[in-house]
Write a protein of this length. Structure first.
Length: 327
C-alpha cells in the first residue's frame, strides 16, 4: 500500500502493470547504478560534460541522486561557501506573517505520505517547516508561496538532509525557475504563455482547439509548472524529470509538457467543450505512458523536436511584454 517514498497508493492503483514495468525498470536501474559508481569513483565531484548529461538523461540511481543534484545545480558550491548560514537563518528573528503562512500549510503537505504525518517517527513536518522558514528569510522577495511546500517536501524525501534541501530549493527558485514564486508570479505566467506559443508551433491543432473554446493555458497547466509535476505524474517519473531539470534548466518543463500534449493529441482533439478539454488534460497525466518513466524520458528528448534555450528566451521576452502591457 505504501511506495518506497512513503506515499500511500490509491485504491485504484494498477499493481499488475506497475509490477510488469518495475521488473523491467529494475534491470535498467541496476545497470545505471554500476555505471554511476564507476563515474563517481567515491568522489564528491563531477564536471559537466556530454557524458554526464547523457548519464543524467538516463536517470540517476537513488543512492547518488542527492549528491548529483547538489553538484550539478550549484547548490553544493553555495553550501560550502556559506558555512553555518542555514542555521543562522533558523536562529535569527522571524517574520510572524511568514511563519503563520507556512504553519497553515504543514498539514496540507502530502497528507497521503506516511512520513509527513504527525504520528510518524521521525515526522518530516518539522524538517519541512525549518527549510521553508529559513528560505523565506533568505529570499525575502519570494518569502513563501503555495507550491514551495511540495517541492521542499520532495527534496527532503530524496536528500534526507535539511540543509541540502534548503540549498537545492535555493537553486530551483533562485536560479533554475525564473520568477515562478515571486508575489506577482510573472515568470510562471510568462512560461504558461510560452507553452501556448510552443504548442502553436509544435501541435497547432491543439492550440486551435484551446483558442476556439476559449480555454486559457493557465487553467490546464498551472499546477504542472508550480509543482514541477509533483502530484501530477508518478514519483519515479517526477524524479527523472528533476534529474534533468537540475542539470539542463527550465526548458525540461516545456519538453515534458509538449510530450504529454503531442502524445495525446488525438485524445485531446476529441473534446467538444470547455469542461471536456480540462478533463482531457487531467487524463493525459495518468496511465502507463507516464508510469514507464524510462521510455517517457526518451520521448521528451525526441517527441517535441528541437527546442533551444534561445527560442524559449525570445518567446519569454514577447510573452512577458504582452502580460505587462495587460497590467
Amino acid at each position: 500500500r505504501v511506495d518506497p517514498y512513503g506515499f500511500e497508493r490509491p485504491d485504484d492503483f494498477d499493481y499488475a502493470s506497475y509490477e510488469a514495468f518495475f521488473s523491467r525498470y529494475l534491470v535498467v536501474l541496476t545497470r545505471r547504478a554500476v555505471k554511476w559508481s564507476k563515474l563517481l569513483k567515491g568522489k564528491n565531484n563531477i564536471q559537466k560534460s556530454l557524458k554526464v548529461k547523457r548519464y543524467i538523461r538516463k536517470g540517476i540511481p537513488n543512492e547518488h541522486r542527492a549528491l548529483v543534484w547538489m553538484i550539478v545545480s550549484g547548490a553544493q558550491t553555495n553550501m560550502e561557501q556559506n558555512p553555518g548560514y542555514y542555521h543562522r537563518l533558523l536562529e535569527g528573528e522571524k517574520n510572524d506573517k511568514l511563519v503563520e503562512a507556512i504553519k497553515t500549510d504543514m498539514n496540507r503537505t502530502f497528507p497521503d505520505n506516511v512520513k509527513f504525518r504527525k504520528s510518524a517517527d521521525p515526522c518530516l513536518q518539522q524538517t519541512l517547516y525549518n527549510v521553508l522558514v529559513a528560505y523565506g528569510h533568505h529570499n525575502k522577495a519570494v518569502g513563501y508561496c503555495q507550491g514551495m511546500n511540495f517541492i521542499a517536501g520532495y527534496l527532503i524525501l530524496i536528500t534526507k538532509n535539511e540543509e541540502e534541501s534548503f540549498w537545492l530549493l535555493d537553486a530551483l527558485i533562485g536560479r533554475i525557475l525564473p520568477d515562478y514564486y515571486s508575489p506577482a508570479m510573472l515568470g510562471l505566467k510568462t512560461d504558461q504563455e510560452v507553452l501556448g506559443e510552443l504548442v502553436k508551433i509544435k501541435v497547432p491543432a491543439v492550440a486551435e482547439l484551446m483558442e476556439r473554446h476559449g480555454v486559457m493555458w493557465t487553467l490546464v497547466v498551472s499546477r504542472w509548472f508550480i509543482c514541477l509535476f509533483i502530484d501530477i505524474l508518478p514519483v519515479e517519473t517526477v524524479l527523472r524529470i528533476w534529474d534533468c531539470l537540475f542539470y539542463e534548466g527550465s526548458k525540461i518543463i516545456f519538453r515534458v509538457a509538449l510530450t504529454l500534449i503531442k502524445q495525446h493529441q488525438a485524445f485531446i482533439l476529441e473534446a467538444t467543450n470547455f469542461p471536456d478539454i480540462c478533463d482531457k488534460f487531467k487524463q493525459i497525466t495518468k496511465g502507463t505512458f507516464v508510469t514507464e518513466c524510462h521510455s517517457f524520458m526518451e520521448k521528451i528528448f525526441t517527441d517535441p523536436g528541437t527546442l533551444s534555450m534561445a527560442t524559449i528566451n525570445k518567446l519569454r521576452e514577447t510573452c512577458r511584454e504582452k502580460l505587462l502591457s495587460q497590467g
